[in-house]
Write a protein that binds this ligand. Structure first.
Ligand SMILES: [Zn+2]
Length: 278
């Protein structure tokens, strides 16, 4: 009797091991397929997959509906995905107000929504390089370069620092190609991609190399400078170029696409931006 039970137990164990091996092989196969797909098509095979969706409160949804056009343009499914990501992002980051600033939920939602919008075509959106979001009421004094700043991303402190006044101003006029939040979060996404090897980061880094290749074309650079479409600060260095260009990409996609189609396509691919109007 004992022998039979032991035999049955061994058989069960063998069965479990076999299922485990099959699952492991299936996962490995999917991973290889994913890598091949990404390399071939230069975009992820899938972006959104959640076993459980976190709910966003009605009050938070109302803030989005009133203030965030990107969210309003999404389909119902897209909106639910955006809400899930937004709540997860808010829960993951530490929001720190400075100089007695009152950092209400409405402000947190709009800051987090900027990050979620820019990473909405990416599978990984949490940006592990970023832990703290520090918000000043207005431009803040930096002891490092003895100047007032409107925003900065500090990878050493894993902190994004923003002046609320300037962040808000960025969204006040939606097509002036000036948006502090988009600019600073682009720096964070860029530096994050340099430190990681997930699908989104690989696509981003490959796209950035392609961008640098495009910028080696002197006549294109002259054409960009002459057009005045992209502001002069972009030409400070390659990091600033990307951050400034993203402000144009989000705020004037139609004009961008018609004026510089190759550059536009490159940015679209880096961020896997495939949404209404982009
Ligand atoms: Zn910058």
């Amino acid at each position: 009797m004992v022998l039979m039970v032991e035999e049955e137990f061994n058989l069960l164990l063998f069965g479990i091991k076999k299922i485990g091996l099959v699952l492991l092989l299936a996962l490995l196969f999917l991973k290889i397929l994913d890598v091949v797909y990404t390399r071939w098509f230069k975009r992820p095979a899938w972006v959104h997959f959640y076993l459980y969706k976190v709910k966003l409160s009605e009050a938070h949804k109302l803030i989005l509906r009133k203030n965030f056009n990107f969210y309003n343009r999404l389909s119902n499914t897209g909106k639910r995905r955006f809400e899930h990501r937004l709540q997860c992002f808010i829960d993951d980051k530490e929001f720190i107000p400075r100089q007695d600033f009152v950092l209400g939920e409405d402000k947190k939602v709009l800051i987090a929504a900027t990050a979620v919008m820019l990473t909405f075509g990416m599978r990984r959106y949490m940006l592990p390089i970023l832990e703290k979001i520090i918000v000043y009421p207005t431009a803040f004094y930096s002891t490092i370069d003895k100047r007032y700043h409107k925003g900065e991303f500090n990878p050493r402190l894993k902190a994004l620092v923003l002046s609320w006044e300037d962040f808000e101003e960025g969204y006040r006029i939606e097509d002036d190609n000036l948006n502090l939040g988009i600019h600073e979060f682009t720096h964070a996404i860029h530096l994050n991609s340099m430190k990681r090897t997930d699908t989104a980061s690989v696509i981003f880094s490959d796209g950035f190399s392609e961008l640098l290749r495009l910028l080696r074309n002197e006549s294109l650079v002259i054409e960009i400078k002459k057009s005045g479409f992209i502001r002069a600060y972009a030409f400070t260095n390659e990091f600033e170029f990307l951050a400034v260009v993203l402000e144009n990409f989000i705020e004037s996609p139609t004009e961008f696409k018609s004026q510089f189609p190759s550059l536009y396509k490159n940015i679209q691919q880096m961020f896997n931006f495939r949404f209404a109007g982009y």
